[in-house]
Design a protein around this ligand. Structure first.
Ligand code: SF4
Ligand code: SF4
Length: 277
């Protein structure tokens, strides 16, 4: 039985595919987008989240302890008098997680919903993901950045009902600069997805003056052709969670509002009202 590291399970989700869904957030991502709004999902494995508001600076969470679930975390999960310390990346085995998710199978069926795997990047834990998908006889969707091998991407497509693929920047140099990786594997997987006939949705985060420029959006429009596209407004709260996972939100977004978006440049695009979350 494969195990995976999960940092959140969100029930009654309505923005991660059709119907009412449960979204599972898996830890670890190969990208480092400067605007990332999910810093608690970036690192693989287990970690801690320490909410900053209300911290007494008493240091109790730093005192070494013998709790079995705290070992390897460099923090005690149980000592905080304010309850500010949480585990990130709890270990689940595929069968236990499938059972937990299928508690809502009736709701999924009646609403046309299902389960969505998100992250971080869920395909970073692909062996666990494939085992889990095989245990879920409900509608299944994956939200992916597409940065994975052809073999993993093709197998994932076979096992799900809907693929939601993020396309951020068309220019290879800009992609490397703002996400830390080359976009060649992502664009190759986009071509595989379009050729497959698998139901899909291309999602484009609109980051002011980075991804929301007319040049980038028209280049993405040319790449995606007639695929359905969802344009996601910038999440102005993106930096809020960084201190709680010991990271700094270093990128200064030049402004907080998106440039005017001309959806007509796409064949089939909708502009979401709420921010990327
Ligand atoms: S134990 Fe809680 S209140 Fe004390 S330093 Fe740690 S997080 Fe802050
Ligand atoms: S792909 Fe998503 S989770 Fe990964 S760094 Fe970019 S925004 Fe964050």
């Amino acid at each position: 039985m494969k195990t995976g590291h999960i940092f959140d399970i969100k029930e009654f989700s309505v923005n991660d595919g059709p119907g009412i869904r449960t979204t599972v957030f898996l830890r670890g991502c190969p990208l480092r987008c400067v605007w990332c709004h999910n810093p608690e999902g970036l690192e693989p494995g287990r970690g801690v989240l320490i909410r900053q508001r209300g911290c007494l600076q008493c240091g109790r969470c730093r005192i070494p302890c013998n709790h079995s679930d705290c070992q390897g975390l460099e923090r005690c999960l149980h000592a905080c008098p304010m309850g500010l310390v949480e585990e990130l990346g709890r270990v689940w085995d595929a069968e236990s997680l499938a059972k937990r998710l299928l508690r809502d199978a009736d709701l999924f069926e009646s609403s046309g919903g299902g389960v969505t795997l998100s992250g971080g990047e869920p395909l970073l834990q692909h062996e666990f993901v494939f085992e889990l998908l095989g245990l879920l006889p409900v509608h299944k969707a994956v939200e992916t950045c597409g940065y994975t091998s052809a073999d993993v991407f093709l197998k994932m497509m076979e096992m799900v009902d809907l693929v939601m693929l993020d396309i951020k920047l068309a220019d290879p140099g800009a992609h490397r600069r703002y996400t830390g990786v080359d976009n060649t594997p992502i664009l190759e997987n986009l071509r595989r997805l379009k050729a497959s006939g698998k139901p899909h949705l291309i999602r484009v985060p609109l980051i002011p003056d980075i991804t929301d420029t007319p040049e980038n959006l028209s280049a993405i429009a040319a790449l995606v052709g007639d695929s359905p596209v969802e344009l996601l407004p910038y999440n102005r709260m993106a930096g809020a969670k960084y201190p709680s996972v010991g990271k700094q939100f270093t990128h200064l977004i030049s402004k907080q509002e998106n440039n005017p978006i001309d959806t007509a440049m796409f064949q089939n695009a909708t502009l979401r009202r709420d921010a990327h979350s």
